[in-house]
Design a protein around this ligand. Sequence first.
Ligand SMILES: N[C@@H](CCC(=O)N[C@@H](CS)C(=O)NCC(=O)O)C(=O)O
Length: 325
Amino acid sequence: MGLLVDGQWQDKWYDTESSGGRFEREDAGFRNWVTVDGSAGPSGVGGFKAEPNRYHLYVSLACPWAHRTLIYRKLKGLENMISLSVVHPFMGENGWTFAAGEGVIADPLNHASNAYEIYIAAKPDYTGRVTVPILWDKKTNTIVSNESSEIIRMFNSDFDEVGAVAGDFLPTDLLTEIDEINDFVYSAINNGVYKAGFSTTQEAYEEAVTALFDALDTLEVRLSGKRYLVGNSITEADWRLFTTLVRFDAVYVGHFKCNLRRIVDYPNLWGYLRDLYQVPGIAETVNMVHIKQHYYTSHANINPTRIIPAGPVIDFNEPHDRARL
Ligand SMILES: N[C@@H](CCC(=O)N[C@@H](CS)C(=O)NCC(=O)O)C(=O)O
């Protein structure tokens, strides 16, 4: 794993020395928005109008952030208008690559062997980490955005007039509440598992793991009387929580040492996770082989033998009883 410095690839692990062993996630570098009319969005520059067959999405099936964008591409019926590439689950000295493998979809546009080449194609002197997801514009040959939280907001509504499936996961009247819960879930849970797993001091680990389980305990109570996090139907807040929960027992419990409790030990969170998993189309976006292979083989400092554990056996298709709520 590594990063680009002035367009040059350097193989470097995260620097936790200056932060007391704490993992600090870098902000995404490309922050433009696809909009209905091509005007600039909340950040970045304009020029990216929502048009069918204009955009390409690069993802890892292992990555919880990229997974959000795949879910929206599926649920909003964008598969026929936004093309897709999938990186190899192993992220080694060259970062994400398109090495041949089960489930890998090569890059038909930039013909990149490594994802960093896509960043260089967009910005030859790019400095920063090379992350997925990446939303690419085939018309101007550049990266629109590499920030999943913003890509899903584009997918949610901006393609509606050009043939996306109806459905709004961000109703205006719930926006404030969704933003609030997103912040809480991001810090303690989505990013919390990484903070626990990538910490390099006992203190940093304990801080993260305590906040993580406090947050899960809070949500367990919240979901005892409510089917979804906000309002009466599935919203963005649920999909953002889902991609971490679905990886939790298979990866974060063992590999990231988030092992005070498993999701299957929380009756409400476990039912909620199955409920979301069983939404039509969602199961196809979950690839447990890529997920386990990525985490257990890519972080040699955490799992030097690179052995992928056999279990746990989890049945996400077990009936849930959440419809009563
Ligand atoms: N803020 C980004 C974060 C994306 C991200 O960190 N992706 C991970 C994969 S799970 C990655 O590509 N990491 C490579 C690296 O940090 O070098 C987003 O949500 O889109």
